[in-house]
Design a protein around this ligand. Structure first.
Ligand SMILES: *Cc1c(COP(=O)(O)O)cnc(C)c1O
Ligand code: SF4
Length: 392
């Protein structure tokens, strides 16, 4: 679409102020789920099977706005509509600006293509030496284990890949070429298993993959990238945790974006993982109108520490097609970092990064603390703006 139409659509909904969202509902308060057995509710397969995938179901949970109605009609491409019943309880039924709702419900803004937007902004497809693998950095690789997720995030950077529509290769041999590549590349010491969401796979499939990677002697660091503790915390059950524990040291990066995502239920999921000795990190995407205020990000990082999740990265929202309405200026992210560093626990301060478009990898950006640098002399400023000289 052209810029003219973008402006037209923006007129429909100028930057609305963020309204304070109401608290999560008990599932029995939602007519669609009022008769659900609590054991079913806690069963992750039930949650997946009963995801909201149609406009009709969605309309029973929230009052659709005109922008959402249009989005549901027009949103095309791969990224499916799928909302777990659990996530649905967190959505404000009345407020289309609810941060939980905006991450899950397509709007008409998704159909617009902004300037500089790309299908594969991080050029992952180009850096793929074998199916399912992205090898960008010398010592670590990204393994895309599945195209499925529990819930599809409207800001997803891999929207070209993830969704329910494609017939996924489920053959047990599908990772063979990737594993062969890893075996042959002695420089790779770190494997990040992501997707899609690897925790939407069955336990035996995950275990098979973990075991095969662990069998490669030069691979020392293993981590899983997932959003399941946030979108489908029921998935983190005793059986899964007992299995994962066998592959320690195993680290986990969880995608949390907003303090509302930290509920009693997601807390239980994270605590089970932490109790199993899995170090947890959070990767958040900076999203306009969702978490782009310093006080919201500060609450998020503080609440994460309370559930033993260490804030790891804040990502600038990648220039992927159809996400212009989520993207903030870089200055917004830098300002958030300015308001965190020094003002709160160092453990609460993540690194703000931009994934270099075209395949540059993660590049840290943040406030500048070095005012000048000359032979043997650094002039620095601290978090309060006071100036200090460090002599080497
Ligand atoms: C993010 C990413 C990694 C892991 O990077 P870290 O900074 O080590 O967390 C590895 N490969 C690719 C392609 C990535 O995008
Ligand atoms: S969970 Fe991750 S991969 Fe899946 S839709 Fe959300 S951002 Fe994309």
């Amino acid at each position: 679409m052209t810029n003219a139409t973008i402006t037209e659509v923006q007129k429909l909904q100028p930057d609305a102020p963020v309204r304070r969202s109401q608290r999560a509902r008990d599932y029995q308060q939602i007519s669609l789920y009022k008769d659900v057995n609590p054991l079913d509710w806690e069963d992750w397969h039930w949650q997946l099977k009963n995801r909201i995938c149609t406009k009709e179901d969605l309309a029973q949970v929230i009052v659709l706005s005109p922008e959402e109605e249009e989005g549901l009609k027009k949103a095309s491409g791969k990224l499916s509509l799928a909302i777990t019943p659990y996530w649905a309880t967190l959505m404000d039924p009345e407020d289309p600006n609810c941060p939980i709702r905006r991450q899950a419900v397509p709007t008409v803004y998704e159909t617009l293509v902004g300037p500089h937007e790309m299908v594969d902004p991080c050029a992952e497809d180009r850096d793929s030496p074998a199916p399912h693998l992205v090898h960008r950095y010398p010592d670590r690789v990204l393994l895309l284990a599945t195209e499925h997720c529990a819930m599809y995030c409207r800001h997803c950077t891999r929207r070209r890949l993830v969704g329910e529509t494609n017939k996924e290769d489920n053959s047990p041999s599908r990772f063979d070429a990737a594993l062969e590549y890893l075996k042959a590349n002695k420089k790779v010491r770190d494997v990040l298993i992501s997707g899609g969401d690897p925790l939407t796979l069955e336990d035996d499939v995950i275990e098979d993959l973990l075991r095969k990677i662990r069998d490669i002697s030069h691979i020392e660091f293993l981590r899983l990238g997932t959003r399941v503790p946030v979108t489908l915390p029921q998935r983190i059950n005793e059986k899964l945790v007992t299995m994962l524990k066998k592959y320690n040291p195993l680290w986990m990066s969880i995608h949390f974006n907003h303090p509302k995502e930290i509920t009693k239920r997601s807390k239980i999921a994270c605590e089970m993982l932490a109790d199993a000795g899995i170090p947890l990190g959070s990767q958040s995407v900076l999203l306009k109108g969702i978490n782009d205020r310093p006080y919201i990000m500060k609450k998020l990082v503080h609440d994460l520490l309370q559930i033993r999740v260490r804030p790891y990265y804040i990502y600038q929202c990648d220039p992927v097609r159809g996400t212009q309405h989520f993207r903030t200026p870089v200055a917004v992210g830098i300002n958030i970092m300015e308001k965190l560093r020094g003002h709160t626990s160092g453990y609460a301060v993540p690194t703000y990064v931009i994934d270099g478009p075209g395949g540059g990898g993660k590049i840290p950006v943040g406030p500048n603390y070095i005012l000048s640098q000359a032979k043997g002399k650094y002039v620095l400023r601290n978090y309060k703006g006071k100036i200090y000289t460090y002599l080497e």
